[in-house]
Design a protein around this ligand. Structure first.
Ligand SMILES: [Fe+2]
Length: 169
């Protein structure tokens, strides 16, 4: 990640760097999920159109705002935030959206995305906990609440136990 900037806030440079790297993965996953959700807001079809069109809009708007909070935490720790498609693609643990999916599979794909961001948040939170980095822990707790609640709401919408077990289709 290059030179570690000098900041004397009680978190070692090594920890700040490791936490920033983990947060960069959270940011990349959040961005890919943001774009996927906006894609499905535009391209979803079928009898659930109205419900999903509105629900996806609420979700991508929330994600868009969260991107800023996560990126600015990385800056506060002294590092550059990733901000290009190339970086996001490299750092993200999930694939981009597919507008050809039917409504049910779009929902399943977003549920998997919500779970993927939750896993990245937990990895960043574990590092932050060890380093006494409470602001990062706080941010990750807030993100986890949103991701897990959204995943629950989407699961309830399709009432599909297969998606809960992670078995797609
Ligand atoms: Fe719209």
């Amino acid at each position: 990640m290059g030179t570690v900037p000098k900041i004397d806030n009680g978190i070692s440079a090594k920890d700040r760097e490791a936490i920033s790297e983990a947060l960069s993965k959270v940011l990349a996953d959040s961005f890919v999920l943001y774009l996927k959700t906006h894609n499905y807001h535009w391209n979803v079809t079928g009898p659930m159109f109205q419900t999903l069109h509105i629900m996806f809009m609420e979700q991508y708007t929330e994600l868009w705002n969260a991107l800023d909070q996560i990126a600015e935490r990385i800056r506060s720790l002294g590092f550059k935030a990733p901000g290009s498609f190339k970086e996001f693609q490299k750092l993200s643990s999930m694939k981009e959206g597919d507008s050809a999916l039917d409504a049910g599979d779009m929902i399943r794909d977003i549920i998997a995305g919500q779970d993927a961001v939750a896993r990245s948040c937990r990895a960043a939170m574990a590092l932050a906990n060890k380093a006494d980095d409470q602001p990062t822990v706080d941010t990750m707790v807030q993100r986890l609440q949103v991701h897990e609640k959204t995943a629950w709401m989407l699961r309830s919408l399709i009432d599909d136990s297969a998606s809960v077990k992670g078995k797609k289709k």
